[in-house]
Design a protein around this ligand. Structure first.
Ligand SMILES: Nc1ncnc2c1ncn2[C@@H]1O[C@H](COP(=O)(O)OP(=O)(O)OP(=O)(O)O)[C@@H](O)[C@H]1O
Length: 937
């Protein structure tokens, strides 16, 4: 862009025009060099260059030096520092150095992992940039909030986040300024209120960036953007992303501490044992430290954070933006989804497919009906902005010959009583040739009760009789049963504008009904099926008619045997609601007020469910906050809902929630695989030490301390990380949801890690060790240090132990890839990272065994070739025994009675057409009962 030089040289800081936003609107417009019609697009671009983007300066969320320092000072690291100091004091400088190297490496790795996690969450903002409506070149358009400039005319609506500081020009809004002022009750702001407040924040004509519009509509002129706004000045950046510790991380931290305490205990116990076995105190001390260092699980926590962050990333790719790391995990344990209908289950692309006259008959629509629809709307067909339902109604009105231009409509309109989700109707008062008329549209039951006459397909209006009324109810039910959204349209003529809403909406003449079709999204039925086999129930909570909602629900396979009407829900006692929600039926809550969602979320939570609740409107915010997982609509939802929610669906699609649940389950599973793998090495590492101690020194130590360090902190790291990236296991979505209280470490996991894979590895390692020693003529009690020939054999034997553990851990890694299924089903090569990790593991081990410089440090000597032949089957043996254990588990559970939670899938399949329930109602998804997966005490 060509700019005069003086403009380009301007610093944004000096560029704010010195205006007083509290002067009169006319003066302010003049000072900002703008008009009610808005800036021109070209001028807006120019100003953007001058004032800079409407963004707050990014101060990095994390101060990296502090974050790095934390990695060196967390309790587990401190434990290692103590060990290093002790090693130094004991005179073993190289061990001390090795421990310090371990601390540094670990800190670097943890820092990098956390940085990655931060980055994953931070970048989410870029997926969902805030947009706002402005008027430019006299037309309304949607622009990025970051491109707003002083002088822009903002069009504010219910649910919008205020993107900049502005002065109202017309209209009135209700503002929630709690983010800025801490005041939680909404305040009234209107263009024509007197401005008598002492501080600008309280001014009745100003609105500020960072607050939200919870009701009403207004136009306002922007006077400050970016860091010149009040929000920018107080630098109270509202933190959108919370990186609080998740329950999973808390649990793992506990486990890490438990292991650290056990290792410290084992190390302390080793001291006297070692001395009894004939070691000097100094040597025993050294081994104790080695044991301690080897078993402190330093890498556990950051790796889990990284796994969660990877989950956040891949969910974002699937269209679900998660604002909190822990939500990934919560999603994986969801047991119930409460979903909206329009836009989530359906496509929100509406079309009028049926019209009836005031008597309920199918005739060609009269112009009165079309005119009422054209007048009673806020959408703009030409700009295709506004509610999709209204756009469909306008299109229909146009084909019936009505004038649907938004501009004339708004100019002529005398009053607008907005759509209210509680009243379920809206009304406008517009001029007619003979005076004025109130045009009403809304839910049929709300409108019919306010009618006293009907307009048939031809001829004059006639009184609404009792018979006609029952006929109308039948007609509406018939239309709704076909899945149509039915709206009633009515009008009343006045000589002068009615005084209030009640008058405008009384003694109406029913003009007819329109039925809109909104087909289900094609992918939803499969997603609902997936929920059912995963033991997840789906309830529908909608403001729409029960029959319409039930019809749509059935089309996508949701049970919908029980339809609960809003008023009935309001009167239902808590106990009955709890009973209903635990009955295992899938329920359609219809004509529900937004507050009902809070009640449903609370009741479900009370019954032990983990609830994902969707919402899009301002009134949904409390429910979104209250549910375990608030899910907001990214495309059609309001800013308010998006702020309150934990997850934002970029595409508003129900199927995306289910994708998120699968992702959450996968991440949780992978963390467990990773923990299993890390745990399994304990036995083959500790067993040699115990043998040495218990034999009273007759058996030389089969493994050195530095070799243990090389395994735990060298060869094993990459395969462990790779397990965190394992693809979803087959049958993952056929498992019932896990219990909310279930611990990551279960008894079954410990049995596999220590009892099966660990024990097998331990035995194999000792076999290899003794084979090398015995082959060279060693016998228990022979001193391997005194005899130089035997000493070399001893070095070869310990190296063989080291190599054997590496071999066994490769088998463990492959076994850990699956929790229940056979590895054949998972596929041997499906985790490329793991293959690479194992290759690294082997290269690293080879370097330690064969590079002379490393041989000196780690005390290694290349084992004889036949020892490798002996060890070659080790991976297959370790994996094979675990494979047998899993096989036994599968055959057992196949013989056992069906697990609860899988009930839903069976019910829905056996009854066909997704008609879940009836008598064979699905069981509520109860996570698997006590069994081998029993929680840790
Ligand atoms: N713009 C409108 N004008 C008049 N009536 C409306 C309008 N929008 C909705 N209604 C009526 O109010 C009822 C409830 O609408 P609301 O938007 O609250 O439902 P909802 O909860 O969004 O439904 P869904 O779950 O399908 O998204 C609708 O069934 C319809 O009868």
């Amino acid at each position: 862009m060509a700019h005069p030089h003086h403009l380009r040289d301007w610093q944004p800081a000096d560029a704010t025009p010195a205006v007083d936003p509290r002067e009169s609107a006319a003066l302010l417009l003049r000072d900002l060099r703008t008009r009610v019609e808005g800036l021109t697009e070209r001028e807006a671009r120019r100003r953007l260059e001058v004032h800079g983007p409407n963004e707050l300066p990014h101060h990095r969320a994390r101060q990296w030096p502090a974050a790095l320092a934390r990695q060196f000072t967390h309790p587990l690291a401190l434990l290692l520092w103590v060990a290093a100091a002790l090693a130094w004091v004991a005179g073993t400088r190289e061990l001390a150095t090795a421990i310090v190297a371990v601390i540094v490496l670990n800190a670097a790795l943890a820092f990098w992992q956390e940085e990655q996690a931060e980055q994953a969450v931070r970048s989410l903002g870029e997926y969902l940039p805030q947009r706002c409506q402005v008027r430019r070149d006299a037309c309304s358009r949607s622009v990025l909030a970051a491109e707003l400039v002083p002088g822009d005319v903002l069009l504010l609506n219910e649910g919008d986040r205020i993107p900049a500081d502005a002065r109202l020009l017309s209209g009135a809004v209700e503002i929630d300024a709690s983010a800025l002022t801490g005041e939680s009750s909404p305040v009234e702001r209107a263009a024509d209120l007197p401005d008598i407040a002492s501080r600008p924040l309280d001014s009745a004509v100003l609105v500020f960036s960072g607050t939200v519009c919870t009701g009403g509509a207004a136009e306002a002129v922007v006077h400050a953007t970016g860091r010149h706004t009040e929000l920018g000045r107080i630098a109270a950046l509202s933190v959108r992303v919370r990186v609080a510790e998740s329950p999973l991380e808390r649990q793992v931290r506990r486990v890490a501490w438990l292991i650290a305490a056990v290792s410290a205990g084992v190390a302390a116990a080793f001291l006297p044992l070692g001395v009894l076995a004939g070691l000097s105190w100094a040597q025993a001390f050294l081994f104790a430290i080695g044991l301690l260092v080897a078993n402190v699980p330093e890498g556990l926590l950051p790796t889990i954070t990284l796994a969660l962050a990877a989950g956040v990333r891949s969910m974002a790719r699937r269209g679900a933006l998660v604002k909190r790391l822990s939500a990934v995990e919560t999603l994986g344990s969801a047991t119930v989804i409460c979903t909206d209908k329009t836009g989530t289950l359906t496509r929100n692309v509406m079309r009028v497919v049926e019209a009836r006259d005031g008597a309920g008959e199918q005739t060609s629509p009269r112009i009165e009906l079309a005119t009422a629809l054209a007048r009673c709307a806020t959408a703009d067909e030409r700009a295709s902005s506004g509610d999709p339902m209204e756009l469909a109604l306008l299109a229909f009105a146009r084909t019936c010959g009505a004038e649907v231009g938004a501009e004339t409509r708004e100019q002529q309109r005398i009053r607008l009583f907005r759509f209210d989700p509680h009243l379920k109707r809206m009304t406008t008062v517009d001029p007619t040739t003979r005076g004025v008329a109130a045009h009403v549209k809304g839910a049929p039951e709300e409108v019919i009760t306010r009618c006293t006459s009907v307009l048939p397909g031809s001829g004059a209006a006639r009184p609404l009789t009792y018979q006609t009324r029952s006929r109308l109810v039948e007609v509406v039910n018939e239309m709704a049963d076909g899945g149509l959204r039915v709206l009633a349209v009515a009008k009343r003529d006045f000589t002068a504008p009615p005084a209030d809403r009640t008058t405008a909406e009384s003694q109406l003449c029913l003009l007819g009904f329109v039925g809109l079709i909104d087909p289900p999204r094609p992918e939803v039925a499969a997603a609902v099926g997936a929920c059912h086999s995963a033991g997840i129930q789906v309830h529908v909570v909608t403001g729409d008619n029960g029959r319409t909602a039930a019809a749509i629900a059935r089309q996508v396979g949701i049970g919908a045997d029980h339809v609960v009407h809003g008023p009935a829900l309001d009167e239902m006692p808590e106990a009955e609601l709890d009973r209903l929600l635990t009955s295992g039926q899938e329920i359609v809550f219809c004509r529900a007020a937004p507050e009902s969602k809070v009640r449903i979320a609370d009741a479900l939570h009370h019954c032990g469910h983990v609830v994902a609740m969707t919402g899009d409107g301002v009134n949904d915010a409390p429910a979104l906050r209250r549910a375990d997982l608030g899910v907001a609509m990214g495309a059609s939802g309001t800013d308010v809902a998006r702020e309150a929610a934990t997850i934002v669906l970029a595409d508003d699609n129900f199927a995306t929630i289910v994708g998120g649940i699968e992702e959450g389950r996968r991440v949780y599973d992978n963390v467990r695989k990773f923990v299993l793998y890390i745990f399994a090495h304990t036995v083959p590492e500790v067993l040699p030490f115990l043998l040495f101690a218990l034999s009273g020194g007759a058996i030389p130590l089969p493994l050195t301390v530095l070799q243990i360090l090389a395994i735990d902190l060298g060869t094993e790291t990459l395969p462990a990380l790779a397990l965190g990236r394992e693809p979803a296991e087959p049958g993952l979505m056929e498992q019932p949801p896990r219990k909310r209280s279930q611990s990551v470490v279960t008894r079954r996991m410990l049995l596999r890690a220590w009892g099966i894979m660990g024990t097998v590895s331990g035995v194999l390692v000792l076999i290899a060790f003794f084979a090398v020693l015995l082959a060279a003529g060693w016998w228990p009690g022979t001193d391997v240090v005194a005899d130089p020939a035997l000493h070399h054999t001893y070095l070869q034997a310990t190296t063989t132990s080291f190599a054997a553990i590496v071999f066994c851990q490769i088998g463990t890694a492959f076994a850990a890839r699956t929790d229940r299924t056979a590895l054949r089903q998972v596929g041997l090569t499906t985790n490329r990272l793991l293959l690479a990790g194992c290759a690294f593991e082997i290269l690293f081990a080879a370097a330690i065994i064969y590079l002379p410089s490393l041989q000196a440090v780690f005390g290694t000597a290349p084992p004889p070739a036949w020892a490798y032949a002996l060890m070659l089957p080790f991976p297959a043996l370790v994996w094979g025994v675990d494979e047998l254990y899993r096989y036994r588990g599968r055959t057992r559970s196949a013989g056992a009675p069906e697990r609860p939670g899988a009930g839903i899938s069976t019910a829905s399949r056996s009854e066909g057409s997704g008609d879940v329930g009836r008598d064979g109602a699905p069981k509520p998804p109860r996570p698997s009962g006590p069994g081998p997966d029993d929680e840790m005490p």
